[in-house]
Design a protein around this ligand. Structure first.
Ligand code: 5GP
Length: 181
C-alpha cells in the first residue's frame, strides 16, 4: 500500500501502473525506430527528468539524450509566450528526434517547440508524453502517450507545484488549498 502525501486528494496513477506503461512505451519506441542508427531524445526540463530516466533505460535502439528547458508565462497565455531557457548542444539537422515531455495540457508549449524544431530540419520529429489532460480542444500531437488524465493539477513522478513534490513515485491530484493560499 502506498502512503498518500497529506497535500494530495488521490493517486491517479500508481507506481506499478507507471512502470508498466513506461516499459510498454519504450518497447513501442524501440520497435518503431529499429532501423534508425541514432535516436536523438530531447527531455524537457525540469518535469520530464524522472520519466526520461526510466523510459530511456528501457529503449533498446542506439540513442543519445539531450535537454531543453522552456518557460511559459502562465497557463492562460494564448499566443507565443514560451521562451527557451536552455537550448540543445548540437544542431539536429538530419537527426531522428523524439521529444519527451512530462505533461501536455493545452498543447501550447509542445506546439511551440515542434515549430521551433521543425525549422531546424530534422529527418523526423516525434513526441512522447507521460500524461495528457482530457480536453475538447485539439492539442499538439502526441505520438507516444502514457495516460490521459482529468483536468486537475497533478504532481509527482517529475511533476511539480512550486518545484515541490517531483520525487513522489506516483501521479496524484494536488489539494486546491495547497495552491490557493
Ligand atoms: P500546455 O502548454 O500544454 O498548456 O502546458 C504546459 C505546461 O504547463 C506543462 O509543461 C507543465 O509545465 C504545466 N502544467 C500544466 N498542467 C499541469 C499540471 O497539472 N501539473 C503540473 N505539475 N504542471 C502542469
Amino acid at each position: 500500500m502506498t502512503d498518500l502525501h497529506p497535500d494530495l486528494v488521490r493517486i491517479l496513477i500508481d507506481q506499478e501502473e507507471i512502470q508498466k506503461r513506461v516499459k510498454e512505451l519504450a518497447d513501442q519506441i524501440s520497435q518503431d525506430f529499429k532501423d534508425v542508427k541514432r535516436l536523438y531524445i530531447i527531455g524537457i526540463l525540469k518535469g520530464a527528468f524522472i520519466f526520461l530516466a526510466d523510459l530511456t533505460r528501457h529503449i533498446s535502439v542506439p540513442h543519445v539524450v539531450d535537454f531543453m528547458a522552456l518557460s511559459s508565462y502562465g497557463r492562460t497565455t494564448k499566443s507565443g509566450a514560451v521562451r527557451i531557457l536552455m537550448d540543445l548542444r548540437e544542431p539536429i539537422e538530419g537527426q531522428h528526434i523524439l521529444i519527451v515531455e512530462d505533461i501536455v495540457d493545452t498543447g501550447h508549449t509542445l506546439g511551440y517547440l515542434l515549430n521551433i524544431l521543425e525549422g531546424r530540419n530534422p529527418a523526423s520529429l516525434h513526441t512522447c508524453a507521460l500524461v495528457k489532460k482530457q480536453r475538447d480542444i485539439e492539442a499538439a500531437p502526441v505520438d507516444y502517450l502514457g495516460f490521459e488524465i482529468p483536468d486537475v493539477w497533478v504532481v509527482g513522478y517529475g511533476l511539480d507545484y512550486a518545484d515541490l513534490y517531483r520525487t513522489l513515485p506516483y501521479v496524484a491530484e494536488l489539494k486546491s488549498e495547497v495552491y490557493s493560499d
